[in-house]
Design a protein around this ligand. Structure first.
Ligand code: ZN
Length: 293
């Protein structure tokens, strides 16, 4: 099947559209014959012979057919790239190759999977920052959950960072997450339950602290703001921010979600109450236990 597609494409030489074509640099590129390149597609490997244009001004070349087929600067077709991205987001690059071989008969090595998946990741990250596509909701209340947790990282990634180890070094970095969801339905016990499919997330290892004089909010504050804008703009009349009570979250909520109801989740609220009980009645005493309960 892949071969038949390649044969039809290679028989069509209309991609050599004249002796010269405009180059991205503004100069004109000259037709330099047909060049062969191997691509991995959802139908397997194909070899295409495409018209090639070379620009003497900037020294670069391009293929109009690669452009038309979404193959420019890559060895994977859009469908093969999509499959690689989906697999690589879940399993290791080596396992990605095994899966693609087993499920689709694609022959990609781990390095290729890594290079393409990481390029795709950078593109998605840039897109998240540049485009805030609003998804209005008709829910009466939208919940914003913010949290952070330490994730183990390699030594070189914590160099120069202060941490909780006895010698002041760090073994982890904090990943922060913002989630937005609605809970209009009730469960069997009559408690609000998260609406299926309503949750969206955005997470990164980013700082939330900044200076008052900074023109832009710190990276994570901006990320949480964008996610809130995507989901909450003009929609829900009520917003609630759920948190474990960490000061950075309340600071974010005060500044970027004014008027939102601030809720400490029940698990941490209980923990804080028991801390109060220990402080008033003494740690480990019956009285502290009774007061807490
Ligand atoms: Zn050029």
């Amino acid at each position: 099947m892949g071969r038949a597609v390649a044969a039809r494409l290679n028989a069509d030489r209309s991609d050599a559209a004249g002796a010269r074509l405009p180059c991205a640099c503004g100069a004109r590129a000259r037709y330099a014959g047909r060049r062969r390149k191997t691509f991995v597609t959802a139908l397997g490997e194909i070899v295409l012979e495409r018209a090639w244009y070379h620009c003497a001004d900037c020294g670069r070349g391009f293929s109009p057919r690669d452009r038309a087929l979404g193959l420019e600067g890559t060895a994977l077709s859009p469908a093969a790239l999509r499959m690689t991205g989906l697999a690589a987001a879940r399993v290791s690059f080596a396992e990605t190759c095994e899966l693609l071989r087993e499920l689709a008969g694609l022959d990609i090595d781990a390095k290729t999977a890594e290079r393409h998946a990481e390029a795709l990741g950078r593109e998605i990250a840039d897109d998240e920052m540049a485009v805030v596509e609003r998804k209005p909701s008709d829910a009466r209340t939208l919940y914003l959950g913010l949290d952070g947790t330490g994730v183990p990282v390699r030594k070189e990634e914590t160099r120069g960072r202060r941490g909780k180890q006895p010698d002041g070094s760090a073994k982890t970095r904090e990943a922060k997450i913002v989630a937005v969801w609605s809970a209009e339905t009730l469960d069997r016990d009559g408690r609000p339950a998260r609406d299926p499919g309503s949750a969206t997330y955005s997470a990164a290892i980013e700082t939330v602290a900044g200076r008052d004089t900074d023109a832009e909010p710190p990276p994570f504050a901006g990320r949480a703001l964008r996610e809130a804008e995507r989901r909450c703009s003009g929609g829900a009349p009520r917003r609630a921010v759920l948190s474990d009570g960490a000061p950075w979250i309340w600071n974010w909520a005060e500044e970027h979600a004014p008027g939102a109801i601030q809720i400490v989740d029940i698990f941490h609220a209980k923990g804080h109450l028991f801390d109060v009980a220990k402080a008033i009645c003494g740690a480990g005493t019956d009285l502290a236990d009774r007061w807490g309960k």
